[in-house]
Design a protein around this ligand. Structure first.
Ligand SMILES: Nc1ncnc2c1ncn2[C@@H]1O[C@H](COP(=O)(O)OP(=O)(O)OP(=O)(O)O)[C@@H](O)[C@H]1O
Ligand SMILES: [Mg+2]
Length: 341
């Protein structure tokens, strides 16, 4: 499949003095806890296998210490694995030389940090220029790119301000512009909006969504927040103790959590506002009633049914019937406890 951008193969990361020797203990069944207790090594990541598709936003979730940052820092080789491979565009980045890695960071992959990590003594423009200067672009080009990205992230008029003169949300707009200005194909975002107020956070999610429609980058986005994950993610991977416990579409994670660890992330969600009708429809095409687009959320489908006074509806995709729903099923799905117990 050619639309795989990043492929992680059997990746392990163990912290300690003899990490390679720990692999066989892990294979023999040691857990993160017992490995630490008996061998004094910390399990960071265990047997990670995942493909990330081109232009997708891949969300990574998991409790604190589950290995999210450790995983994402492998993609730009801030961390070297104990064993395993990461293939980006058919190149194994684990085998790259230091020089090749530096080039990769300059041109191909950029990162946005939770604490913004701006240069305090440089202005907004100078912060955005940073990656462009290391790319060796000429001043004219740098200036036009700065103008373009200042405009795209909505910071017009703040070009000469310093980070300390900006609010958190504005600082992260600079962080975003700096990461996007180098025009790399992959953007790593490690809890980029977690330090922001709820309203500003939502605003930044909108900014990112709007930009992504245009730029179509491959984004790896770490978050603790399920609402954020559902809003931004094409795919969600859930980590626990260094392992991926489930990876799938947001719909799949909510409807079919593989265990209680995953279910706990989803239990407080308003299911009628996130589940799409096509995820839960029946195959039966012989029903009557109004048509309901498969992408419609349950909440809106209920509205359509009640407006038309119908118990059933015909689910469509591109205006063609693909299935059906009925009122009772919709209500059942909303109330179905996601928690397995
Ligand atoms: N340099 C290191 N040395 C030793 N252990 C480390 C190191 N970096 C990470 N770890 C351990 O690896 C595990 C995963 O850490 P990581 O920072 O990836 O978690 P995280 O999911 O990003 O957590 P958070 O949500 O708190 O940011 C933790 O047990 C942590 O203690
Ligand atoms: Mg982290």
């Amino acid at each position: 499949m050619s639309n795989i951008k990043i492929s992680v193969k059997n990746l392990y990361k163990i912290f300690g003095d003899n990490p390679s020797e720990m692999i066989e203990h892990l294979e023999a069944g040691y857990t993160k806890e017992s490995l630490l207790k008996e061998f004094g090594h910390v399990l960071g990541l265990r047997k990670i296998n995942m493909d990330i598709l081109q232009s997708d936003t891949q969300v990574i979730m998991g409790l604190s210490g589950s290995g999210k940052s450790t995983l994402v820092r492998h993609f730009n080789r801030l961390i070297t694995p104990t064993t395993g491979d990461i293939i980006i565009d058919d190149e194994n980045i684990i085998k790259k030389t230091d020089l090749e890695i530096r080039n990769m960071r300059r041109h191909k992959i950029s990162m946005v940090f939770q604490n913004f990590a701006l240069f305090p003594h440089r202005t907004v423009s100078q912060n955005i220029a940073y990656g462009l200067i290391t790319q060796g672009l000429e001043q004219g080009k740098i200036n036009s790119k700065i103008d373009k990205w200042i405009d795209k992230v909505g910071l017009n008029g703040f070009e000469d301000h310093y980070p300390s003169q900006l609010s958190g949300g504005m600082q992260q707009r600079v962080g975003l512009a700096r990461a996007l200005a180098t025009d790399g194909e992959i953007i790593l975002m490690d809890e980029p909006f977690s330090a922001l107020d709820p309203l500003i956070r939502e605003e930044m999610q909108e900014v990112l969504l709007k930009l992504q429609k245009d730029i179509q980058k491959t984004i790896i986005f770490i978050t603790h927040d399920l609402d954020e994950a559902l809003k931004l993610g094409d795919s969600i991977a859930i980590l626990n103790n260094g392992e991926i416990v489930q990876k799938g579409s947001p719909q799949n994670i909510i409807l079919r959590p593989i265990n209680n660890y995953v279910a706990k992330f989803t239990k407080n969600i308003n299911r009628s506002r996130v589940i799409q009708v096509s995820s839960i429809m029946d195959d039966d095409l012989k029903v009557n009633g109004p048509t309901i687009d498969g992408n419609m959320l349950i909440e809106n489908a209920l509205e359509v049914l009640s407006e038309k006074g119908s118990l059933t509806g015909i689910v469509t995709h591109n205006s063609k019937p693909i299935g059906s729903v009925n009122l009772y099923k919709l209500i059942k799905v909303i109330n179905q406890p996601a928690l397995i117990k």
